[in-house]
Design a protein around this ligand. Structure first.
Ligand code: KG4
Ligand code: ZN
Length: 337
């Protein structure tokens, strides 16, 4: 089955065509980062308007790249939540309209299920069951994944998501928005021994996270030491080391608790190279294999939506004709595939 995927949940328009026999046929992406950066965060109304302008041209481009026409498409998948309501409605309206016009079935996909299954697009995909660490701008969750569609949250952030903490600290350091990737680059130049930030909630049992205190720690360090170029890099390093070690400790605990040997890491923060290295090396010592999506499929993209949509459509799931989106939607509410 050949499925067109549409992702418009936040500030990226992502389009892809996935074929269940041949794999990923094409994918296109437009990032609105430049539009939102001058406001220091995503402006929902601007995001929606931009998706309206970009979605159809990107679909045409993806079709052209895959050398296909609308007649080759057998299903349409769009992100139905969680995310910004206006942005989601753009993708859902376009997806439903195309499905109706082309007379093919449609399906609304859960954005985080897309992230979670993104490693399935790689040549060597993970096998079930596995533990997934979802680390994006809006979510930090450890998920017990018994099979496709069967998700149990075993740990999550009680306050800021990991990506949100990266972005807030980056903003404090004057690195712009969203600054996660820029902060990560700067951290490479920082002195790992100058500052030490706490590893939140690792001193007690459990799999939950708390990242908002690290931002406060960064604020206090800036107040005390200023923000010259070296201090900025050293703070970036201390912050990143704290987030990484915390994530590694919680992943180790989750793997021991389940006894499973496969960890999947997905979501924007999963693009962090130091984190990828540290998780893989530490868990390899416990005979655990860690899977990541390729770099470009860690952050938001259409490929993960086309993939999940295809799996659900193949099993007979269908959206009805209503255009429905779910800005808040728990992973655990999903039906097993
Ligand atoms: O999954 P994603 O693209 O969007 C959401 O669904 O939230 O994740 C975006 C988040 C942002 O907070 C961004 O700063 C962070 O991922 N991010 C990174 C890196 N690349 C993106 N954080 C740390 N290191 C990176 N290299
Ligand atoms: Zn995302």
């Amino acid at each position: 089955m050949r499925v067109l995927g549409i992702e418009t949940s936040c500030d990226e328009t992502g389009i892809a065509i996935y074929d269940s026999d041949q794999g990923l046929m094409s994918h296109t992406l437009y990032s609105q980062v430049a539009t939102h950066s001058e406001y220091g965060g995503v402006v929902p109304e601007l995001a929606s308007r931009d998706h309206v302008q970009k979605t159809l041209p990107l679909i045409e481009k993806a079709m052209y790249q895959a050398k296909m026409t609308s007649k080759d498409i057998e299903g349409v998948a769009y992100t139905a939540g969680p995310g910004l309501v206006g942005a989601l409605l753009v993708g859902a309206s376009i997806g439903q309209s195309l499905g109706f016009a082309w007379n093919v079935p449609t399906i609304g996909v859960h954005h985080m299920e897309g992230h979670l299954l993104a490693p399935m697009l790689e040549a060597l995909p993970p096998e079930f069951p596995f533990v997934a660490l979802l680390i994006s701008g809006g979510h930090t969750q450890l998920v017990r994944v018994t099979r496709m569609g069967c998700y149990e949250i075993i740990g999550e952030s009680v306050d800021d998501a990991a990506g949100e903490a990266f972005d807030k600290t980056a903003k404090l350091l004057g690195l712009g928005y969203p600054g996660g990737a820029v902060l990560a680059q700067l951290a490479d130049e920082g002195d790992p021994d100058r500052f030490y930030f706490p590893r939140p909630m690792t001193d007690r049992p459990g799999l939950d996270f708390s990242f908002s205190g690290l931002k406060t720690y960064a604020v206090n360090t800036v107040a005390k030491y200023g923000l010259d170029a070296k201090t900025r890099a050293d703070i970036a390093r201390a912050f990143q080391d704290a987030v990484i070690e915390t994530l590694v400790i919680k992943c180790q605990r989750a793997m021991r608790a389940t006894g499973w040997k496969t960890l999947v890491v997905a979501g924007g923060v999963g693009a962090n190279i130091a984190l990828r290295r540290c998780l893989s090396e530490t868990l390899a010592k416990e005979d655990i294999k860690v899977y990541f999506p390729r770099h470009e499929f860690c952050t938001d993209n259409g490929a993960m939506i086309a993939y999940v949509g295809c799996q659900r459509l193949l099993r007979g799931e269908r959206a009805n004709l209503a255009i429905e989106v779910y800005p808040r939607w728990a992973l655990s509410e999903l039906k097993s595939i």
